[in-house]
Design a protein around this ligand. Structure first.
Ligand code: AMP
Length: 419
């Protein structure tokens, strides 16, 4: 099948040719005809499957076929809700590319940046609005935005909206939309609250389920290094001595851990920046664009900040901590191996995380090969010798061990593995 077979508007086909899209991905093949026909859609799909184009191409097509009301400023006819700012901006970038040969306008409004610029863009009118729930609610409260002409709504990554506590905001936004509309609902997982929401808003939806979790990760070369917590940073620096790791997205569980890792890497003359919820939107965007342009080699991220971000040609994902939710592992490593490319995912696993590793292997239905030959195996961590300190007055808590040394066990090539 080609995009021509999907009977999309020639202006869209021209943009797809320019973006070098030749064949539709499975989700595009399955979703586009139903969305063009005006059906509601329930999509169970991960990022990396091409789901953004799957919903936005038919939306653009339908907008091109519907004449705009003359006279007034152009009303918002399509609303796309995204849980994170990065994902919203990325969706807007994609849609702008798909609309480049049309006169449609697309605007993203996200939190963390000045509202003024967004208000100005809205006052000029936009056909497609991509928004994070919080900022949209703010603008609705201030009556800067009207949603009564919206006839297509997309809820992207609905399960993540739930995780991030946005579900009430989403429900409030839903109450401001016309009853009669087409709704496209995407969620990688279907917890009960999401199923309830689906039942309450979708009418006789077409269901599209793409790439069950296990096959998404099949083409990604995965490995695990068992290592003590205190040696993880040393192991990371050791692996990064390998010049074949041109760039890597590194995951940590906490924001604090991300900042600490960036400091460690910088000390070792490795360019690195962090992206997490405590950073301003500008800092996050600039870290992301530096990483995309190659100005920084390492982007250290927490799960929420990195959710859905699309980095073309990302070769390596490194998990400093294993997530306790196995699906998160799949989301993380799915940042590499996109659109049919292969990728490498390396995970560090300390003893406390062994159960997480088991859960992940159960979910992906395969064992992740362990690299046993590396300089920091479990048992090699040696806390720094305690210096003689004056004895602690009664009632004071013992201080945490500070500097810790590591005991490398000879040099090995980073990629060496034993299964
Ligand atoms: P998504 O799942 O929407 O985040 O898309 C993942 C990546 O695949 C993005 O970089 C898209 O630009 C790219 N992509 C989506 N559809 C196609 C296609 N049919 N051909 C080539 N690349 C695509």
């Amino acid at each position: 099948m080609t995009f021509n077979d999907l009977q999309l508007n020639p202006a869209i086909l021209q943009a797809l040719a320019k973006e070098n899209y030749t064949t539709p991905t499975p989700i595009q093949e399955q979703a586009i005809p139903s969305v063009l026909a005006g059906r509601d859609l329930l999509g169970c799909a991960q990022t990396g499957t091409g789901k953004t184009a799957a919903f936005s191409l038919p939306i653009i097509d339908r907008l091109l076929n519907q004449p705009r009301k003359s006279g007034s400023i152009r009303p918002i006819r399509s609303l796309i809700l995204s849980p994170t700012r990065e994902l919203a901006i990325q969706i807007a970038d994609n849609i702008t590319a798909y609309c480049q040969f049309t006169d449609l306008r697309c605007t993203a409004i996200v939190g963390g940046v000045s509202q003024r610029v967004q208000e100005r863009a809205l006052s000029r009118g936009t056909d497609i609005l991509i928004a994070t729930p919080g900022r949209l609610i703010d603008l609705l409260n201030q009556k800067c935005i009207q949603l009564h002409d919206v006839h297509t709504l997309v809820l992207d990554e609905a399960d993540r909206m739930l995780d991030m506590g946005f579900i009430h905001d989403v429900k409030r936004i839903l109450s401001k939309l016309p009853r009669e509309k087409q709704t496209l609902f995407f969620s990688a997982t279907m917890p009960p609250e999401i199923t309830k929401l689906v039942k309450s808003i979708l009418v006789n939806p077409v269901k599209v389920e793409i790439t069950p979790v296990s096959s998404t990760v099949d083409r990604i070369q995965q490995s695990v290094y068992k290592v003590e917590k205190g040696n993880k940073r040393h192991l990371l620096k050791h692996l990064l001595e390998d010049p074949s790791i041109g760039s890597a997205l590194v995951f940590t569980r906490t924001k604090h851990g991300a900042d600490r890792m960036v400091r460690e890497l910088k000390k070792a003359d490795i360019t690195a920046q962090a992206i997490h919820g405590d950073k301003s939107q500008n800092a996050r965007q600039s870290a992301l664009s530096n990483f995309k342009s190659g100005a920084t080699r390492i982007l250290v991220a927490t799960d929420i900040a990195a959710r859905g971000i699309d980095i073309e040609e990302l070769s390596h994902v490194i998990n400093i901590d294993l997530p306790n939710i196995p699906e998160t592992y799949v989301h993380r490593i799915g940042r590499t191996g996109r659109a049919g490319m292969s990728g490498i995912a390396i995970s560090f696993c300390e003893e406390e995380e062994f159960p997480y590793l088991k859960d992940i292997e159960k979910l992906i239905k395969k064992q992740i090969p362990e690299v046993k030959e590396h300089p920091y195996p479990i048992g090699s961590f040696v806390p720094a010798p305690q210096t003689d300190k004056p004895s602690r007055p009664a009632g004071m808590r013992p201080s945490k061990p500070k500097a810790r040394t590591h005991a490398p066990r000879g040099k090995h090539h980073a990629g060496q593995r034993t299964v």
